[in-house]
Write a protein that binds this ligand. Structure first.
Ligand code: F6P
Length: 507
């Protein structure tokens, strides 16, 4: 394989004729080719990529790039636990948490899950006394997944109330504390490294709150979720309440590990196990389905086509389901922290655009706020719509009918457009969208949806030759903040100096 070969193919992709979506539909059976339903443990999920500009010609070139970049080999290396995170010298073994991967890694993940299950079950059975609520403290990958899963899956009730706190802004922790009684609250401190400033500061304040609330042994109410168990013990958590996970599970891929503890606490172990099963079914599809009929590869191909050949700089994700309102936030970290890179895995410059900006919101709200730009703005923005056939509420079914009608109407309108002699009222159309329609939203479906996006992100990275598993770009800002916190306010640019002086912080 060579990057040079791929480079020529990317150029050819850009030079291909660009038939409109209507012309592509007129040319043949697009639904047969670009829409597929997977039968998954949580129920069927329909993946409809027919309203994108994928065509046999586009796919042929992307298939050739996949071959040049050894996509199949990269996938196998991921699953078999090779050290594909080369800049940090380790494997990326989130699939092992779902039972798919190198035998020894799957065994280790199983053993850690068994330990987690024992603690979850023991707490549910009263081992730590009355527990009505859980404050989960973490940030980034240690918070976004739990927040999404709890918000999506516990609307009809949960075994306990979970509050996810991430921001260092005390307003966030204070709000959670106000909603809880220190005598019936557990604190989960979730941090892969157990060093993250926001998390450790919030955790210390939460301990103080327990102490001030009259809890005799505040540390006795803390559970640590981490890949650095020794640091958690050093910090004061008893070893029996430290739930470790493997260093080879990346932060933004860690929801399947002990970082999922609040999910297991809220749903019960069966629910968490179903979540893992749903993800594993997608892993199997990724591994077993030929690249040509692989829904994950197809989604990534469309992403790459728009970013690489059509210069699209952003990608929109709109959940037409209130339960999935946090999915765009989750995907932002997954996609932008993974693939927002300017160098190849070997450190040489990436000569192509990297990940698009992922953004989005919830339908129908977003229609009344940002869809104007999607329909008539000058940017071409590929959009994903996500919807669920079964409503998550007991109100009049008309709510759900209107919701779904709007979701499908948007895709149709973006594609068809509408001519008008009045420029302001004309819609150009030919704007792409993809739709993911789940039969039901349950733990297994959510697991499948997240795993689908994980692998989609991985395919894009493999096709470009970048390492999606590091995130050095976040370090510089952190280091400067630490310098300021330590009083080292000298030597910044005049604007920063003036801001520090105006706020009265720093040196
Ligand atoms: O700063 C970015 C990051 O390292 C993310 O990748 C990670 O999910 C987050 O911080 C939290 O890290 P930790 O789990 O180690 O506290």
């Amino acid at each position: 394989m060579t990057l040079a070969q791929a480079g020529t193919l990317w150029a050819a992709l850009e030079a291909l004729p660009r038939p409109t979506l209507s012309a592509l539909f007129a040319a043949g059976d697009r639904l047969g080719r670009y829409s597929a339903t997977l039968d998954l443990p949580g129920g069927p999920i329909l993946f409809d990529w027919s309203k994108t500009h994928l065509s046999p010609e586009v796919e042929e070139l992307l298939g050739a790039i996949a071959e040049a970049m050894d996509l199949a080999g990269r996938r196998d290396a991921l699953i078999s636990g090779e050290k594909i995170n080369n800049t940090e010298g380790r494997a990326a073994e989130h699939t092992a948490e779902r039972g798919i991967g190198k035998d020894t890694s799957v065994e280790e993940a199983d053993a850690l899950h068994a330990r987690m299950r024992m603690l979850v079950d023991a707490i549910h059975e009263g081992a730590l006394g009355e527990v009505k609520s859980l404050i989960h403290i973490g940030i980034g990958g240690s918070a976004l997944g739990p927040a999404l899963a709890i918000d999506a899956l516990t609307r009809e009730g949960a075994k306990l109330a979970v509050h996810v706190v991430s921001n260092i802004d005390g307003c966030a922790l204070e709000a959670a504390m106000k909603a809880c009684d220190p005598h019936s609250t557990l604190i989960a401190v979730a941090s892969k490294t157990f060093t993250t400033t926001e998390t450790m500061t919030n955790a210390a304040s939460a301990l103080e709150w327990l102490r001030e609330g009259g809890v005799a042994d505040p540390y006795g109410r803390v559970v640590a979720l981490t890949a650095s168990p020794e640091k958690a013990v050093e910090w004061g958590v008893d070893e029996t309440r430290v739930l470790p996970f493997s260093e080879t599970v990346g932060g933004r891929y860690s929801l399947w590990s002990s970082i999922g503890f609040p999910v297991a606490m809220a749903l019960g172990w069966q629910g968490f196990a179903a979540f893992l099963d749903g993800a594993a079914a997608i892993d199997r599809h990724f591994i077993d389905a030929p690249l040509a009929g692989n829904v994950i590869v197809r989604a990534a191909f469309a992403d790459l086509y728009y970013t690489q050949a059509r210069q699209c700089q952003t990608r929109g994700v709109f959940a037409y389901d209130e339960r999935l309102r946090l999915l765009p936030d989750y995907l932002q970290q997954l996609e932008m922290e993974s693939n927002g890179k300017r160098v190849l895995a070997d450190g040489t410059p990436l000569a192509r655009p990297s990940a698009p900006v992922t953004w989005g919101g919830v339908g129908t709200d977003a229609q009344h706020a940002v869809f104007q730009l999607l329909h008539q703005g000058t940017h071409l923005i590929p959009v994903d719509f996500l919807a669920v056939k079964t409503p998550g509420h007991d109100l009049d079914p008309v709510h759900h009918q209107i919701l779904l009608a709007n979701c499908f109407a948007q895709g149709a309108a973006l594609m068809a457009g509408k001519a008008s002699d009045d420029g302001a009222r004309a819609y150009p159309g030919d704007r792409p969208s993809a739709t993911i329609l789940c039969d039901d939203l349950n733990p297994a479906t959510l697991g499948a949806l997240i795993a689908f996006h994980e692998h989609r992100t991985f395919v894009s990275a493999a096709m470009l030759g970048i390492n999606p598993f590091d995130q050095f770009g976040v370090e510089l800002g952190k280091a400067i903040a630490k310098q300021i916190e330590a009083g080292g306010g000298d030597g910044f640019d005049p604007s920063t100096e003036a801001l520090l002086a105006a706020a009265g912080i720093g040196g």
